[in-house]
Design a protein around this ligand. Structure first.
Ligand SMILES: [Zn+2]
Length: 349
């Protein structure tokens, strides 16, 4: 079969090439790939900045935002031929740490977890892949190719859960949320905010195009410019940019007692106008919480599947702005200004 592979930490090593059929050690459920979403992590791995091959191998099959169709369910109960499934990305560390031991591998303490398509396990950008039944999530068949949005939805489902968990340290009935960044993660965070009945505001740099339209189609309010100038005082911020200035400016708008969940991973950038002590003082004096959130566990995958199943199909469909064939993976990895979510489509749904 053919797969998109990379040699981690080698520049421009990505290839669409023949590889052996998926090994049974990967799981008893055999799946035919339908589509795989591309995200910033895939681009970083392809650029040689990140990623680890499986032990004893040089190359890694890329891809972690999967969608496939079961070809052979094997002996596992609960799956049948033709089911649409998505593969969970992370696997618990083998020690295991206390969090991995209780299934909360997203909160792994020792960093020895593995991840499909990223860290030591082959990913999903191959014509066929195998998966352990307990790590395969069935998606609502009426979602079709939109099931490929499940993995990014799990990220924001966990973020929302963090906000709720932290918020309940005191009386907490939020009415408004600011989402910073209108990429796929930000837009999905906004969707979940609308599903929670909140007054949703989304901030991004662009002033026209898909992003403002998609925000307004949700019934949410779109803003561009500086967060510091926003005429709102949200109780919740879901931060999806990783940009220091955006984080600092938006935190200044957070209502006392509010929660900001950071999901963006940035680096460098301009030094904030505010010192860490000044920033801390503002957090203390307003009882604010700044909480980081990455990855997701099986509960978030299940809940994200339910959230997608309840979402408007036309709106979700507009998040997928480009579909590329596997042989054109290079185009998929090259980001275009109008892209929201680009997927590599292996077969028809
Ligand atoms: Zn662990």
């Amino acid at each position: 079969m053919k797969a998109i592979t990379v040699e981690p930490h080698q520049v421009e090593s990505a290839r669409f090439e023949m590889v052996p059929e998926p090994d049974v050690q990967y799981g008893s459920v055999l799946v035919e790939a339908v589509a795989v979403g591309v995200c910033g992590t895939d681009v970083e791995i392809a650029e040689g900045k990140y990623g680890w091959p499986p032990p004893g191998k040089k190359r890694l099959v890329l891809g972690h935002e999967s969608l496939g169709r079961v070809i052979d369910p094997g002996p596992a109960k609960g799956f049948k031929k033709g089911d649409l499934v998505v593969g969970i990305v992370r696997r618990p560390d083998s020690v295991p740490c206390s969090n991995c031991a209780v299934g909360e591998w997203d909160m792994c303490h020792n960093g020895q977890y593995t991840e499909r398509g990223i860290k030591q396990i082959d990913g999903y950008m191959s014509e066929r892949w195998r998966i352990e039944p307990e790590y395969a999530i069935k998606v609502d068949p009426t979602l079709g190719i939109l099931g490929v949005l499940l993995e990014p939805t799990t990220v924001v489902m966990k973020a929302w859960e963090m906000v709720t968990a932290v918020g309940h340290r005191s009386f907490f009935e939020p009415r408004s949320v600011l989402v910073t960044g209108a990429g796929p993660i930000g837009l999905l965070a906004a969707l979940l905010g609308v599903q929670r009945g909140l007054d949703v505001h989304v901030l991004d740099r662009v002033t026209s195009g898909h992003k403002p339209d998609l925000v307004r189609a949700l019934g949410a309010t779109y803003h561009s410019g500086s967060a510091a100038d926003l005429p709102i005082e949200p109780e919740v911020i879901i931060e999806c940019t990783g940009v220091g200035a955006v984080i600092g400016d938006s935190m200044s708008k957070l209502r006392a007692g509010g929660v900001c969940c950071l999901t963006g991973v940035g680096s460098g950038g301009i030094t904030s106008r505010m010192s860490i002590a000044d920033f801390s003082a503002a957090i203390v004096l307003k009882n604010l919480v700044l909480v980081g959130s990455v990855n997701a566990n099986k509960r978030h995958w299940f809940k994200a599947g339910e959230a997608l199943a309840h979402a408007d199909r036309t709106w979700l469909g507009q998040l997928i702005t480009r579909r590329e064939k596997p042989e054109n993976f290079q185009q998929a990895l090259n980001r275009q200004p109008d892209d929201i979510k680009v997927v590599i489509q292996f077969s028809e749904v």
